[in-house]
Write a protein that binds this ligand. Structure first.
Ligand code: SAM
Length: 269
């Protein structure tokens, strides 16, 4: 019998969910209400799409694969609740696509671009009331990491600043077709009303965080110097004012310490 779907494309990170129990658990984690508007990234063969479409007031699904987008468009052509938008999610103009109302995100993300997609969600966080994302376990661990471990990085610090990050459940490779080589994890991200810390100038704060992780085995002092975040006397004064030892490695700083350092730099620079 001929199969209606094209063969899975590895280059597009196509691992389709086949386990109905996992699909149900994702929907439960999304805590859907009939009034919800949902953005699905990478609907693929539509395993999540079908159940989302039945439950919410609006579903916008962004799919990059032309063939799968065409099949989905055909399937939902008579359903005014569902919009299938064919585009690379990294290029989407979210303001034009979603307008001003709040959306929930439900996404089994293509693993090859999950980190840049997460950074896009971070930048667009004001549009989202909750995000339920399936990621490779390793990226999920980076979101939920503690200082001074190898998973702790820019992603961890910036998501902790703006979100409540919760690890929902692990998903083994056998729940997908084709099975990926790695374990997966479902994470929920709930935006905080405000930044978790008083970070001062956000652009400076992000520059400090990025520079601290830019050279992992170097001291904080060397990282800040190398990234030229401020004049060296200002960096010295900020470290002194916050009692943060410049000989520490950047990745040992907590979110609070990054915020304190950035505020102090804002004052001294
Ligand atoms: N949601 C489906 C499921 O759970 O079975 C498919 C998930 S699969 C891991 C990732 C999906 O994202 C695929 O359908 C793939 O074509 C799509 N995709 C890959 N890159 C994309 C991109 N840049 N923008 C939008 N969708 C993309």
């Amino acid at each position: 019998m001929s199969h209606p779907f094209p063969r899975p494309r590895k280059a597009l990170g196509q691992n389709f969910l086949t386990d109905q129990n996992i699909i149900r658990k994702i929907l439960t984690a999304a805590d859907l209400q009939s009034s919800d508007q949902v953005l699905e990234v990478g609907p693929g063969r539509g395993a999540l799409t079908a159940l989302l479409a039945e439950r919410v007031s609006r579903l916008v699904a962004v799919e990059f694969d032309r063939d799968l987008a065409a099949l989905l468009r055909q399937q939902y052509q008579d359903n005014p609740t569902v919009l299938i938008h064919e585009q690379d999610v990294l290029q989407v103009d979210f303001a034009a696509l979603l307008g001003t109302g709040a959306y929930k995100v439900v996404a089994n993300l293509p693993y090859n671009i999950s980190t840049p997609v997460l950074f896009r969600f971070l930048e667009q966080r004001h549009r989202f009331s909750r995000l339920i994302v399936m990621l490779q376990k390793e990226v999920g661990e980076r979101l939920a990491a503690e200082p001074d471990c190898s998973d702790y990085g820019v992603l961890t610090v910036l998501f902790r600043q703006w979100f409540e990050v919760r690890r929902e459940f692990l998903v083994p490779p056998g729940c997908f077709f084709p099975a990926p080589k790695v374990d997966s994890v479902v994470i929920s991200l709930v935006p905080l009303a405000n930044s978790r810390v008083v970070a001062g100038d956000q652009a400076l704060f992000e520059k400090v965080v990025r520079s601290a992780f830019a050279m992992r085995r170097k001291t904080l002092w060397n990282c800040l110097k190398n990234a030229a975040v401020a004049e060296l006397p200002a960096v010295e004064a900020a470290l002194l004012a916050t009692a943060i030892d410049g000989q520490r490695r950047g990745e040992t700083l907590s979110l609070d310490e990054f915020a304190a350092l950035s505020r102090a730099l804002q004052k001294t620079a």
